[in-house]
Design a protein around this ligand. Structure first.
Ligand code: ZN
Length: 286
């Protein structure tokens, strides 16, 4: 095998941006005492709301092509610009009030893949870190992928906490679930090894949701950690600032401690939050 085929290449894409209330990324009790769910609507929230990037990743692995999350669907911005009407149609009114997005032309995940001559049916696995709208929105655009995987716990959350999800996003999409095993990996000691060789692991990061998974990609003694919404930026684990909202705050904090531990390891090449405004699209070769 040539050198090119044995290496793992990770493409970090931005698929538009998401608008969130100021208390969401970094918990700040003094300035923003209101429940984070309401602040987007309050006068304070309207003035202060911020736009963060929405990342999705392509992993070119010797055993196949993988995507991590799907970013926004073209439907939220048919013309590439902010559209209130298109978003209400795609997200429903309740979600539109909490979580809005914009997707410039050419930035949908499938549009970026097309520039690399990759069609959705060329994708072997779509790995979903969780199913919140800004991660699952693009699902229908990649539904021809060979496998689309999410953890059993996350799938349960979409039923137990349906109000936190836009379930129409995966209507007609053949989602398969995987089971975390007791491996001792991660804050809960549970993970799923995709190829059985330790090169791609989904590691349970409970807190933000029950079934949230980080993706750890390992090769040649180094690893890259994609920690999704386990924190909103590098600053989150550097300064141990938990997000403003979590299904389980205590577990979210423990997950952040694990992210910090992993990110400080010498073998850690990069450790990336999905919505870090300091991360710019780039490629990593491992
Ligand atoms: Zn997110």
């Amino acid at each position: 095998m040539s050198d090119v085929q044995t290496k793992i290449r990770i493409h970090v894409f931005h698929t538009g941006r998401v608008c969130v209330s100021p208390g969401l990324p970094f918990k700040d009790k003094e300035k923003n005492p209101h429940p984070v769910q309401l602040t987007l609507l309050s006068a304070y929230g309207r003035r202060q709301r911020i736009w963060l990037p929405v990342s999705a990743y392509l992993i070119e692995h010797p055993q196949g092509r993988l995507l991590v999350d799907t970013g926004w669907h073209r439907e939220i911005s048919p013309q590439g610009e902010y559209s209130r009407f298109a978003q209400i149609r795609h997200l429903g009114l309740a979600h539109f009030l909490l979580n809005q997005g914009v997707l410039p032309k050419g930035e949908a995940l499938v549009e970026q893949l097309a520039r690399l001559n990759i069609r959705p049916k060329d994708i072997d696995y779509v790995l979903l870190t969780h199913l919140h709208s800004d991660h699952a929105s693009g699902l229908k655009q990649v539904k021809e992928a060979k496998h689309i995987l999410v953890s059993e716990e996350e799938w349960q959350d979409t039923k137990a906490h349906a109000e936190r999800y836009v379930t129409s996003m995966w209507k007609g999409v053949p989602i398969e679930t995987f089971a975390f095993k007791e491996t001792g990996q991660g804050p809960a000691g549970r993970s799923f090894d995709l190829f059985g060789d330790g090169s791609v692991e989904m590691i349970q990061l409970p807190g933000h949701t029950s079934g949230l998974a980080a993706v750890k990609i390992s090769h040649g003694g180094k690893f890259v950690l994609l920690f999704s919404d386990g924190g909103y930026a590098e600053k989150s684990w550097q300064e141990m600032i938990p997000p403003g909202t979590a299904l389980d705050e205590k577990k979210a904090y423990q997950s952040l401690q694990w992210i910090r531990e992993m990110s400080q390891k010498e073998e850690c090449l990069e450790s990336l939050a999905n919505h870090d405004m300091n991360v710019i699209p780039h490629e990593i070769v491992l």
